[in-house]
Design a protein around this ligand. Structure first.
Ligand code: GLC
Length: 819
């Protein structure tokens, strides 16, 4: 007779007993262990293969690779088998000839270069890093661990490190939150985030790279894992920093500083830098969803020239297409695109068009037909095509992780390039799907032969789209530099595109947020970045728009953009005094082009970020870890945008040393905060003493005028200081064949003299003959100016501001100015 047990506890116990008693002969399930987190055990041995070291606890394996003096890579294989080496972020590991040693004692194994040591503790497999003065910079708080993923296979992988009381964290791409990430928990999963809010996470990009700063020593961690990844910077537990991912390998690069700048430079060594953009792309861009029909585009263009407001880029958003079908034209709105584009070009405008990844399901549409016939579109695990709704209606989506698809997509731009399009704006590539948000996890991707579900490919989808666009344009445009922008991206996306911060809002809060986001992206390896000036959704008033133009003047990418349901948003839309102030700042952008272009070269060639938060100038000052308003463009110009309405003055922190107020030439001592007046027509801008800031005459667009002379604004200093100027053709890849000119300036001053030296390297010869010198802040009245060939210069003037002005050959080697 069956027992009838009423008491639930008794019943549960009985069931448990029954289960324990339940034995099948040869029951295969018996050996299955429950899923629990597993931790590395004790390292038993080490094997070395050149610069790679393998440690095992008997089952799991850890690989340590010496990449450079400063960079060491760590990899974990839970059951001893590593995945095939493949990375979209790090296309090729450049291992230099690095000297390293392996040392072993009772406590640890230690692999050392001249700059860092990686310690593997024998007692518990803790991995830590120290510098060459034995400062521990990064240390495991628990051994690396993992948990089997029953549903998808593979493992959730985890790494937890110690977090110190005063440790600060920077990086991670476009997170809309404070610059210092201390105390935050964030994740990476590319997301279409229309009108995102402060602290909303995640947004459009996945950059699993952070910089830690503790005790004046910086190091970086680049967690090269494309799955959904998570970071906790002392959020859950103040004493721990963790990063983990929903799949893939636990694979990270420890990047040693000691300076934040060293970390960013090494990160670029791994993931590459931005190619030199065409010079025009550093000009002002005007965009809106949407300028159509053709007459409207022409009206906007004429508006710029009539208002004498410089502009280079003009944009066509989705309405230029026929029913939002990519690579087609709406012939009603744009009957002869080639003619329009060439006439715009004759007036100095470069036309940039939008492209989305969603291809309309339509058997009468050639792009869809080609993609379908060649099976270029993504499919689900049961082999159905991935279909979802975007602007054109029902769409399928190219699998950009397939090299054949990238090749095909790149070729689709032929017609647009033929029509004269100069740049392509890659949007909705998170990928965004209406309703669902994005693709379901089971969509399969070719992943350059590595195969993967959308869980693995999601975060790189957008980057591979813009890669394919960029590479296609590069072929089609022959030796001309293509211009591309992308909304989504993964580490390394900077090799293919510039970026904007997505669908922001016309609010003062978003102005602040944009300021932080641009700085953060810049230190996260994405230098060519900007916001939708004015805010994408909502209505700015004249003041907000003007303050945004002012900040945007110092965003590497300067574009105004707005949604279609907003009021007109051109630099003259708000009337006076706004139009004049907007003009003055856009003109300033054009004046500073040679300086900005040089900062680009410094990025491209040497891996420096373009925008640098103040903490990067003075990381040893703890209060700077929390400053997020001020930043420098390159290393000479400090900007502090005005971020509040009606602000008459604001505090600006200047790092140590002397700084010149850009507007008044007043010298201000740094190392402290200074109150600066902020009437609407100015924004605090300071130039470091000793700088040489090259300047072009104002042009309505790049190439409008032959540059007849370059102005050199020289800011006196009583110490030695260096500056540089990069020049080349500005639109070809000749710089890859060393056709460029890199000029180095060195100045040094005393109370009675000031010397300027110039040296040059490279094969390019600019057409202009002379520099127009504007020497600011001399502490004496100059009476004698000697060139290095012994010639005295007698033709000079002193302005009412006390500046010394003269013209002299661009080939000068040395100028000595004395009392
Ligand atoms: C997305 C983009 C925005 C664009 C719009 C229409 O929202 O982020 O910039 O204007 O789509 O294409």
């Amino acid at each position: 007779m069956e027992e009838n047990i009423q008491d639930p506890e008794l019943l549960a116990n009985r069931l448990l007993e029954d289960e324990e008693e339940f034995h099948h002969l040869n029951n295969p399930a018996e050996a299955i262990k429950p899923i629990i987190k597993k931790y590395l055990g004790i390292p038993k041995s080490v094997e070395q293969a050149e610069n790679k070291f393998y440690f095992t606890d008997g089952d799991a394996k850890v690989e340590i690779v010496v990449i450079t003096e400063q960079v060491i890579k760590v990899r974990l294989a839970p059951h001893g088998v590593f995945l095939e080496e493949f990375s979209y972020a790090v296309p090729k590991i450049v291992t230099k000839n690095v000297a390293f040693t392996l040392f072993e004692d009772d406590n640890e194994f230690r692999i050392s270069t001249s700059a860092v040591s990686c310690h593997i503790r024998k007692q518990d497999f803790f991995i830590s890093f120290s510098d060459n003065e034995n400062n521990i910079t990064s240390a495991d708080a628990v051994p690396m661990h993992w948990e089997e993923n029953i549903k998808f296979g593979g493992y959730y992988v985890f790494c937890t490190k110690e977090c110190h009381p005063e440790e600060s964290f920077f990086g991670l791409g476009d997170k809309p939150t404070e610059l210092n990430l201390r105390g935050k928990r964030l994740k990476n999963w590319n997301t279409d985030a229309y009108s995102f809010a402060w602290n909303q996470d995640p947004l459009y990009r996945s950059i699993p790279f952070y910089i830690s700063l503790n005790d004046d020593i910086a190091h970086g961690i680049f967690f090269d894992n494309t799955f959904k990844s998570h970071f906790d910077f002392g959020g859950e537990d103040k004493t721990k920093t963790s990063f983990w991912a929903d799949g893939g390998e636990l694979q990270y690069y420890y990047i040693h500083g000691p300076h934040m700048m060293d970390v960013v430079k090494s990160y670029h060594l791994l993931t590459g830098t931005h190619p030199m953009p065409p010079l025009w792309a550093l000009g002002y861009h005007q965009c809106r969803w949407s300028y159509y029909p053709e007459a409207k585009v022409r009206k906007i263009a004429t508006g710029f020239r009539e208002n004498q407001i410089p502009c280079d880029g003009i944009y066509l958003d989705i309405d230029y297409m026929d029913g939002y079908r990519c690579f087609t034209w709406n012939k009603k709105y744009f009957p002869d695109p080639k003619k329009m584009i060439s006439e715009l070009a004759a007036d100095g405008f470069k036309t940039v068009v939008i492209i989305d990844p969603g291809i309309r399901v339509d058997d009468n549409y050639w792009v869809f037909k080609e993609g379908k016939e060649n099976r270029h579109f993504c499919r689900r695990s049961d082999d159905y095509f991935m279909e979802g709704h975007v602007w054109p209606g029902r769409c399928q989506f190219p699998d950009f992780t397939n090299p054949d698809v990238r090749e095909w997509w790149g070729g689709l731009f032929e017609g647009l390039v033929e029509a004269g399009v100069a740049g392509v704006w890659n949007d909705m590539n998170e990928p965004a799907v209406f309703g669902a948000g994005t693709f379901p996890d089971d969509v399969r991707h070719q992943y350059d032969g590595q195969r993967g579900s959308h869980r693995k490919a999601h975060n790189v989808y957008g980057m591979q789209m813009v890669r394919s666009t960029y590479e296609g344009l590069r072929k089609l445009m022959k030796n001309k530099r293509p211009f591309t922008i992308t909304r989504a991206g993964y580490s390394g996306v900077q090799r293919y595109a510039s970026a904007w911060t997505g669908d922001n809002v016309a609010s003062w809060e978003h102005l602040k947020l944009g300021n932080i986001q641009c700085q953060r992206m810049s230190v996260s390896g994405i230098p060519f970045v900007g916001t939708d000036i004015g805010g994408f959704s909502g209505e700015p008033d004249g003041e907000l728009f003007t303050r945004w133009i002012q900040m945007g003047t110092f965003s590497p990418f300067m574009r105004a953009h707005s949604a279609g349901d907003t009021k007109e948003r051109e630099p003259w839309s708000f009337g006076e005094p706004f139009t004049s102030i907007n003009r003055k700042f856009i003109e300033l952008r054009y004046r500073l082009l040679p300086y900005m272009y040089s900062a680009f070269w410094e990025h491209h060639r040497y891996g420096f970020p373009i925008l640098r938060p103040v903490v990067m100038q003075e990381q040893e000052v703890l209060s700077n870890h929390f400053r997020q308003d001020e930043f420098t463009y390159g290393d000479k110009i400090l900007i502090c945008p005005v971020l509040e309405p009606g602000q008459k003055s604001r505090k600006v922190y200047l790092p140590k040393g002397n700084w010149y107020n850009f507007w008044t030439y007043e010298v201000v001592a740094g190392g402290k905060e200074t109150e600066v007046l902020t009437p609407l027509e100015t924004m605090p801008i300071f130039v470091k003493a000793g700088s040489i800031i090259p300047e072009y005459p104002v042009m309505q667009y790049v190439g409008e005028k032959e540059i007849e002379e370059v102005i050199l604004n020289v800011y006196y200093s009583d110490y030695e200081a260096n500056s540089f100027l990069f020049e080349d053709y500005g639109e070809t890849f000749a710089y890859e064949q060393d056709i460029y000119l890199e000029k180095k300036f060195a100045v040094s001053g005393t109370k009675t003299s000031f010397v300027i030296n110039q040296s040059m390297e490279g094969l390019y010869n600019p057409r202009y003959e002379n520099y127009a010198f504007n020497i600011i802040g001399l502490p004496f009245k100059p009476s004698k100016i000697m060139a290095s060939d012994g010639r005295p210069i007698t033709d000079f003037t002193i302005t009412k501001d006390g500046c010394l002005q003269m013209k002299f050959s661009k080939n000068f080697k040395r100028l000595e100015i004395s009392k």
